[in-house]
Design a protein around this ligand. Structure first.
Ligand SMILES: NC(=O)c1ccc[n+]([C@@H]2O[C@H](COP(=O)([O-])OP(=O)(O)OC[C@H]3O[C@@H](n4cnc5c(N)ncnc54)[C@H](O)[C@@H]3O)[C@@H](O)[C@H]2O)c1
Length: 449
């Protein structure tokens, strides 16, 4: 099949590459010339395990092409995916300018029937706006071409995106058109061979499903963070509570890890967008607002613990940070908790040395360049280097390589053996035995709760 994908970011590139795995011919379109040039050379602009070999092999086999020319990409396309960003606008609502620009470019170039598939996360009613934008362009061209607009929200997780795309829990297709339903079922059939996991529903239902899924996951995290903060004040270890409730099959273990707040390109913006949608419909979203404010407060929790530990004297302290990406398995820094904490530490007069296995380059773009130039912030390539002379170490991203570090070496390198564990990776008793002053999230340590 011939497929065009407009927007070659995390979602567009994974989608395009994974479609070539089944033999489809894919043109990935983007407006970012620099990104396209790198991709044509076989360089992957993002860190996503397993993606590089798929892209290289598809390029070598002539199945994957990169272009800035929507017209050329649409020449043979039977499916046109929209996978551009939908960042939050100033009012918290999703900014649809990129989606609608993509829709207009489709309208300017469409030559024959195609299924227009919206993969971007978009507010309820966007498919109708996309249809309208395409129709307006067709009218301008004095052309009558049939097309369907389908909602096909993406549920991949950065870090395991290829696996998620190749073996999805389900594929959601929102459409009222029988023709589009059949086409979408054909396209996804190879990914759903073991059982029928194609869920067909109304377009608006599909658009809402994506937001509800992310809001539910964010709710679980914020709920657990709230419980953890209470545990801190009551001498309770939240990790025991987590295991105690996770073993209940009605609850399960997923997304109940307390920590220093959720980040990434999806949860924060999608919860905000759902709040915005609620208000637009004169509905007060009590739970969603609480989920969002708990998360914003949670990003302050480590700073508050550190401030209390150092008696309000953070100026001149040196802090070593392990982990910058918003979660392991990605170099994505969007809304990462590390940005909030590092900014607060530096503004309080501390110096920060930080390490991340893959996100150093993307992290450098998140901070003022003068901080990097004058050494208030150093981004270092070796995990243990950030601990030399440190007054405290903070773990912010739970990369596997941080799970069993050389604790003796850490202690020797640090000026004072103090660990703030933002992801509850270490055992408080073992840390005490190693001689660390250890603070997790909700581990019942009342002195710095
Ligand atoms: N990243 C994720 O984990 C994830 C998961 C599920 C859904 N989503 C959703 O998918 C959408 C895309 O997210 P992303 O993380 O891939 O974004 P991204 O920012 O990584 O990529 C978007 C790309 O679209 C390009 N673009 C913008 N306007 C364009 C245009 N008019 N024509 C062609 N290209 C254009 C940009 O240059 C960029 O390369 C968002 O709505 C997001 O919420 C993301």
């Amino acid at each position: 099949m011939h497929i065009a994908v407009i927007g070659t970011g995390y979602v567009g590139l994974v989608t395009g590459a994974c479609f070539t795995e089944m033999g489809n011919d894919v043109v990935c379109v983007d407006v970012d010339e620099n990104k396209l040039a790198r991709l044509r050379r076989g360089e992957i602009p993002i860190y996503e395990p397993g993606l590089e070999p798929i892209v290289s092999s598809a390029i070598a086999n002539g199945l994957l092409h990169f272009s800035d020319d929507v017209g050329a990409a649409l020449t043979r396309a039977e499916y046109v995916f929209i996978a551009v960003g939908t960042p939050p606008g100033e009012d918290g609502g999703a900014d649809l300018q990129y989606v609608l620009a993509a829709a207009r470019s489709i309208g300017r170039h469409l030559q024959h029937y195609a299924v227009i598939v919206n993969k971007s996360t978009v507010p309820v009613g966007t498919a109708e706006q996309v249809r309208e934008a395409i129709e307006q362009e067709l009218i301008r061209r004095d052309m009558k071409i049939e097309f369907d607009v389908v909602s096909n929200p993406e549920f991949l997780k950065e870090g395991v995106a290829v696996e998620d795309f190749m073996r999805p829990d389900r594929v959601i297709v929102g459409t009222d058109s029988e023709r589009a339903r059949e086409r979408m079922a054909l396209l996804y059939a190879p990914y759903l061979m073991s059982s029928d996991r194609l869920l067909v529903m109304g377009v608006r239902d599909a658009e809402m499903t994506k937001y509800a899924a992310n809001a539910m996951l964010a709710t679980r995290i914020s709920f657990m963070n709230e419980v953890a903060n209470l545990c801190d004040r009551m001498g309770v270890d939240v990790d025991n509570v987590r295991r105690g409730i996770g073993s209940d099959r009605r609850i399960g273990y997923s997304f109940i890890y307390p920590g220093c707040g959720y980040g990434g390109s999806c949860f924060p913006k999608d919860v905000k967008a759902l709040i915005h949608m609620s208000r637009e419909h004169a509905f007060e979203p009590l739970m969603l607002e609480a989920v969002e404010s708990r998360n914003q407060r949670q990003k302050q929790v480590l700073f508050e613990k550190m401030e209390r530990f150092f008696g309000g004297e953070l100026a001149g302290r040196q802090i070593g940070v392990w982990g910058l990406a918003f979660k392991p398995g990605t170099d994505d820094m969007r809304e990462a908790s590390s940005v909030v904490l590092i900014k607060a530490l530096i503004e309080a007069g501390a110096r920060v040395k930080a390490y991340d296995p893959v996100a150093l380059e993307s992290a450098a773009r998140e901070f003022p360049s003068e901080w990097l130039a004058d050494g208030r912030l150093s981004l270092l390539e070796y995990q243990y280097d950030v601990l030399k002379g440190a007054d405290a170490m903070v773990l912010l991203t739970e990369w596997k390589r941080f799970r069993q570090p050389d604790f003796e070496a850490m202690k020797d390198l640090m000026r004072t053996p103090v660990v703030f564990d933002g992801r509850n990776q270490y055992d408080p008793h073992a840390m005490a035995e190693y001689g660390f002053c250890y603070f997790g999230i909700g581990r019942g340590n009342r002195s710095v709760a």
